[in-house]
Design a protein around this ligand. Structure first.
Ligand code: G3D
Length: 186
């Protein structure tokens, strides 16, 4: 059973669709991660509202994923922020080997956490400290420190080291998210 099926299988017990936002800078590994989670029968819908800004959406009967880049596209911010309202869980992907842009990732995370549609909601956030296989990658503890994750007090969060190419670390993250969604719904 695929990772996504596992998550969707449980959620399928409840009829309502759950929206998961998958965010991060470009090139962090979002597409690779999502492709590992995606079941082959998912309905994919590429939405291109404006040239240069791509949003991918796909869903099964119980779970809907919205994936987009947050980088270099400040002018599209109002387009992507529109999706915050409907997000019930967030997957935030970081390229652990991209030390130069770690500060940009932190800025985007802080902006996300302060957004009115996110700030006062107990949205669970799963962080993937991705590209762990790269020799110079920072550890998940270091990534967590640089992003100041310990300052997130009002939302459940969890960070997993991952190697999306091999799928390593993804099951742990998905298990955590599944528990969180279950907790929120009971
Ligand atoms: P994005 O969707 O966030 O923009 P992608 O990122 O999933 O397109 O990944 C960007 C590049 O990083 C891809 O390489 C992809 O194969 C690679 N990548 C993703 N995850 C990992 C990982 O865990 N380890 C390593 N080493 N590489 C990873 P290309 O060469 O296709 O651009």
């Amino acid at each position: 059973m695929g990772l996504f099926d596992k998550l969707a299988g449980w959620l399928g017990l409840k009829k309502k669709e759950v929206n998961v936002l998958c965010l991060g800078l470009d090139n962090s590994g979002k597409t690779t991660i999502i492709n590992k989670l995606k079941p082959s029968n998912a309905q994919t819908q590429d939405i291109v509202p404006t040239i240069g800004f791509n949003i991918e959406k796909f869903k099964t009967s119980s779970l809907s994923f919205t994936v987009f880049d947050m980088s270099g596209q400040g002018r599209y911010r109002n387009l992507w922020e529109h999706y915050y309202k409907e997000g019930q869980a967030i997957i935030f992907v970081i390229d652990s080997a991209d030390k130069l842009r770690m500060v940009v990732a932190k800025e985007e995370l802080d902006t996300l956490l302060n957004h009115p549609d996110v700030k006062h909601r107990r949205v669970p956030i799963l962080f993937f400290a991705n590209k762990m296989d790269v020799r110079e990658a920072l550890s998940s503890v270091k990534v967590s420190q640089l992003l100041c994750l310990e300052n997130i007090k009002d939302k459940p969060w969890h960070i997993c080291a991952s190697d999306a190419l091999r799928g390593e670390g993804l099951p742990e993250g998905v298990d955590w998210l599944q528990d969180q969604i279950r907790t929120l719904r009971t």
